[in-house]
Design a binder for this molecule. Structure first.
Ligand code: WTA
Length: 690
């Protein structure tokens, strides 16, 4: 019955989410009470070893210490100064934070600016036009460099082309593209017009894409014929065609970039080739100046219910924090560094630390199209050597995968250019941290373990190179200007080493401004747990030095390979299948992916009889896994599907996932006294032959 899941199709990117389908089980949309004691996947620290700041970074220590002092003395004044220092405002602001419409903040509210101008044009104006902005490494090894001047021409052309397709300021544009310069250019072109982009990860299914296009009300979709992954040309536009085929979205045009040259279906009038409209467009384009609070993008992420949330970020505050954190967390020296973040632009990490942060700081960066194992398992290390990468940012799941592959792959390359290493997406286990430090960093590079979320927009908790003695497994301290706290269930602040709930007590510039089209859900999800305080959904605790250790999600959100998945979304995909009466999904510990999706499924009566007759039990598991892949995407495919006769429920009908996690992780079953029927767990265990 157990079946092992192959690595996700796009395995080493950070962050994730999925789509909504109908459910036969009304309980699935029930948000469980947050009992943090129930679920703490990450073990607490024991006598942590520390690594002092390395010589390569201490030079900037004094300036960084000062940031903390300035922020502590006058938090809002600090952010105002930072914003003016890091961004070029078309109209300066007089108001810093307006919290009168809480929980929707306005930062720098009467200021005006353009995001693309800040990321591109102003660098060209400052004489940096010849600096490389993007080194694009295609999967087949082809290298294409874009200078800032070239990038300015390309985004201007793309902005003119989008305008010619009817895209105006405020219109939403969906982007469904492979990782590459066209994705970055498309995002920036939207920003240039003040048209919020909604990037949908290219690994999502047509269904997932459909619900996102519809929810955001996108008028144009930008896609490509196909994408190269693992040496193969996979279709991409096909999913767009399918997503809009029902005619229930406002999409008027599909702008299609030719990447692989494979055949595509074509709808005249609706579909346009990038090379026809963008290449022919003028490279002169005046960026549209917008208000600081103008929405820059929507990015869908998983919550505790079946429907993904369209997290809204606006312009001035988001860019301020993107630029500031990128510069300081990674100790970026734009004139000498070569930066590489392996995230896909389909995730928040790709938004803030590929498209916006690095370009705002006029950094030279690498973007890579393909998988880490194409053509060989040393591909990443080859790229670091090829471009002389100095700053490298990736996810713990990728590090664990590379660990499994073996040290010989990095050892075959000269990695001495590296200066700073970073991780994001999930807690990093000390073993992986130490391997990263020794094998990749040659014991000389500080590691920044950065905690943040789609909702926070930028890094919130992280060591700072040059001043923090790092500790394997701990994200350590909130950044200057960020007020993180740990509260108990009753909202009392915890200052000792007791585990509690992570909150952000004061508004911050890059905070989400809402959930697209759903203000109530915004309030309920983040602001109702503790009145007026942002509830992150993560467990955390301090160690004896006051450093923060993240303990994993305390809600029904799973973290698989650093990708966010909601249990309810996968459950509703499962119950949408005819064979399934009820489903419960849990995230079980997994050595490589952090957590893995494990589904418990009750079959419909008629199916049980049928399956018994045909001996189809195993096939059905394969069918259901495939069904989830089709409904949501490869990353959501359960590692294991267990067919069970019953699910453990409380008297009020809530599924007790804690007990199912015990089963999934092969542990002794915990306390069953709150179950409506305490014999259910025996029934389940017996059925599974335990
Ligand atoms: C988890 C990704 C521990 C956390 C940027 C959070 C982490 C969720 C870390 C957000 C870290 C992210 N240590 N846990 N350094 N970074 N997380 O929205 O559970 O895809 O709530 O944003 O990832 O995932 P998201």
């Amino acid at each position: 019955m157990y079946s092992r899941m192959p690595p996700p199709a796009r395995g080493c990117e950070t962050a994730l989410d999925t789509t909504a389908t109908t459910t036969h089980n009304s309980e699935l949309n029930h948000v469980s009470p947050l009992t943090y004691g129930e679920k703490m996947p990450h073990d607490a620290p024991t006598a942590p070893e520390t690594f002092p700041p390395s010589e390569t970074t201490v030079a900037n220590a004094v300036a960084r210490e000062e940031l903390f002092e300035r922020a502590a003395a006058d938090r809002q004044g600090f952010w105002a100064d930072i914003s003016r220092e890091y961004l070029t405002w078309d109209t300066d602001f007089t108001s810093v934070l307006d919290w009168s419409n809480a929980p929707t903040a306005a930062w720098f509210g009467d200021g005006r600016l353009n995001a693309c101008y800040n990321a591109v044009d102003r660098h060209v104006e400052a004489g940096l036009g010849d600096r490389i902005a993007l080194h694009f490494e295609a999967e087949d090894g082809t290298r294409t460099d874009y200078t800032y001047a070239e990038l300015k021409d390309e985004v201007s052309k793309a902005a003119n082309a989008l305008a010619s397709l009817g895209v105006a300021t405020g219109d939403r544009v969906a982007i469904y593209l492979p990782m590459g310069p066209i994705a970055v250019i498309s995002m920036l072109a939207c920003a240039r017009l003040g048209a919020p982009h909604s990037v949908v990860f290219g690994g999502f299914s047509a269904d997932a894409l459909h619900s996102r296009i519809q929810d955001a009300g996108a008028r144009v979709v930008i896609t490509s014929d196909g994408q190269f992954r693992g040496g193969k040309a996979l279709p991409l536009k096909l999913a767009v065609d399918e997503a809009i085929s029902a005619g229930d979205t406002p999409v008027e045009h599909v702008l299609t970039y030719r990447r692989t040259g494979q055949g595509v279906e074509w709808t005249d009038g609706r579909d346009v080739w990038w090379h026809d409209v963008v290449d022919a467009a003028s490279s002169e384009h005046e960026p549209v100046i917008v208000e600081a609070e103008h929405p820059l993008f929507i990015l869908y992420t998983s919550g505790t219910t079946g429907k993904p949330k369209g997290v809204v970020h606006t312009t001035g505050g988001y860019l301020t924090q993107a630029a500031f954190t990128h510069k300081n967390v990674f100790d970026v020296h734009p004139d000498t560094d070569v930066y590489w973040c392996t995230a896909d632009v389909g995730w928040i990490t790709g938004h803030t630390y590929v498209t916006y942060g690095p370009l705002l700081n006029a950094t030279t960066q690498v973007i890579y199209e393909g998988t880490p194992a194409t053509p060989n398992k040393d591909r990443w290390w080859e790229i670091i050597e090829k471009y002389g990468v100095t700053i490298f940012y990736t996810a713990p799941t990728a590090i664990r995968t590379c660990m499994k592959w073996g040290e010989e792959f990095p050892a075959a390359h000269d990695l001495t250019s590296l200066r700073i290493l970073g991780t994001v997406g999930e807690p990093i286990n000390p073993e992986a941290w130490l391997w990263y430090h020794r094998v990749i960093g040659g014991e000389r590079c500080p590691i920044v373990d950065t905690w943040w979320q789609t909702e926070t927009g930028g890094i919130m908790i992280s060591p700072l190179p040059g001043i923090t003695a790092t500790k394997p497994g701990s994200a350590q301290r909130p950044l200057p200007g960020i007020t993180a706290k740990i509260l108990d269930n009753l909202g009392e602040e915890i200052t000792d080493e007791t585990p509690g709930l992570l909150v952000i007590a004061e508004p911050w510039p890059a905070m989400l401004r809402g959930i697209w089209g759903d203000p109530e859900r915004f309030k309920e999800t983040y602001w109702a747990r503790f009145e007026g305080i942002y509830f992150a959904g993560d467990g955390a605790r301090y160690d004896e030095d006051g450093d923060i250790w993240l303990l994993g999600r305390v809600d029904d959100v799973m973290n698989v390979s650093g990708h966010r998945l909601s249990t309810a979304e996968i459950e509703s995909a499962l119950v949408a299948h005819d064979a399934v009466a009820e489903a419960a999904v849990v995230g079980a510990k997994d050595d490589t992916t952090g957590q893995a999706v494990v589904a418990f499924v009750i079959l419909r009566e008629e199916y049980i009889a049928h399956a018994d007759e045909q001996g189809e039990g195993t096939d059905l598991v394969a069918t259901l896994r495939e069904h989830v892949r089709r409904e949501i995407g490869p990353i959501a495919k359960p590692r294991d599907i267990l067919i069970v006769p019953e699910l453990p429920k409380t008297r009020s009908g809530k599924i007790m996932r804690r007990l199912l996690r015990d089963v999934a992780e092969n542990r002794a079953i915990g306390d069953v006294t709150t179950l409506a029927d305490s014999s259910v767990m025996d029934l389940i265990s017996k059925g599974l032959g335990r």
